[in-house]
Design a protein around this ligand. Structure first.
Ligand code: NDP
Length: 283
């Protein structure tokens, strides 16, 4: 039976350390500050933004929300980002995605100063991650790496199979695993023989967005399984991309959904904001 990787507990421990480090900065008159920009009324985005604000408050990080109506023009949004880029109290800027269709998402992300890009989505930061010299690492993949580290997984020489190639999870986590000397395979919707690919993995990272599509009998005995997927089935129930119950038979350790990767993502946002504020303190 697999060990359960308790993302909540790992995140709670990290958040305690972040709160302690934040206090040290506050004592030096530097309060880490995060600006969160939300355009429109998307209910899921609202929930995420309020979770982020609560987490900031608990850690002692100052956060300010800019709530803009869905009809906000791209020019107005870019103007706000410009102001935040030069606001001394702000160490991190997060634009909640998705943006309404009339706004060019790439243009907005590129307008954020790379030094305040705590989501790690600016092409400069993506490039720095690629070359192995990251400034800010994107939060979900960074959280996955912290989890693996905290349970003592050494990726050197391991076969890591990632299912999903998105810019926010699949591709960056592949680069991070590569930097830790894993041999990495990235699978996607056109991959042939997915079960065989997964069956060869020492570590499986699933970031697909399809409920329980990765079957338990695909998992190699003793593998580590990280399930990023969050899928709502029925009215309330959340499940991952992996058939959790069946995968527990083969895996050595596995993340649950919820309570696995989810809590790590916001934690790494706090972490990146703190790192940015530390850089301000050193200037
Ligand atoms: P995307 O929709 O951007 O990417 C999904 C990926 O899965 C694509 O690369 C796609 O392939 C691949 N895919 C789709 N169907 C199949 C299939 N049948 N076989 C193999 N690969 C397939 O998703 P995200 O990366 O944004 O998110 C993935 C999941 O993770 C979602 O459930 C999301 O909610 C969750 N998530 C959770 C977070 C957390 O903090 N817990 C944070 C971010 C995401 P192709 O490229 O060919 O289309």
């Amino acid at each position: 039976m697999a060990d359960i990787i308790d993302g909540k507990a790992i995140a709670a421990e990290l958040r305690q350390q972040i709160a302690a480090d934040t206090q040290v900065l506050i004592d030096q008159n530097i309060t880490p500050g995060l600006a969160v920009v939300l355009v429109g009324e998307d209910p899921a985005s609202r929930v995420y933004v309020s979770m982020k604000e609560k987490a900031c408050a608990t850690a002692g990080i100052y956060s300010v929300e800019h709530k803009l109506p869905s009809e906000t023009s791209e020019a107005i949004l870019l103007e706000l980002i410009d102001q935040l880029n030069s606001d001394e109290k702000i160490d991190g800027i997060l634009v909640q995605l998705p943006l309404p269709g009339h706004i060019d998402e790439a243009k907005v992300l590129e307008a954020i100063s790379p030094g305040k890009d705590v989501d790690g989505f600016h092409p400069y930061n993506v490039g720095r991650l690629l070359t192995g010299n990251p400034v800010f690492q994107p939060c979900t993949p960074f959280g996955i790496m912290k989890m693996l580290e905290s349970i003592g997984v050494d990726l050197q020489g391991k076969d890591v199979v990632i299912v999903g190639r998105s810019n926010i999870v699949g591709k960056p986590v592949a680069l991070m695993c590569l930097a830790e000397h894993a041999t990495v395979t990235i699978c996607h919707s056109r991959t042939v023989n997915l079960p065989q690919k997964v069956a060869a993995a020492d570590v499986v990272i699933a970031a697909v967005g399809r409920p329980e599509m990765i079957k338990g009998d695909w998992i190699k005995k003793g593998a580590i399984v990280i399930d990023v997927g969050v899928n709502r089935v029925g009215d309330k129930k959340l499940v991952g991309d992996v058939d959790f119950v069946a995968a527990c038979e083969n895996a050595a350790a596995i993340t649950p959904v919820p309570g696995g990767v989810g809590p790590m993502t916001i934690t790494m946002l706090l972490y990146n904001t703190l790192v940015s504020a530390k850089r301000r303190a050193e200037r």
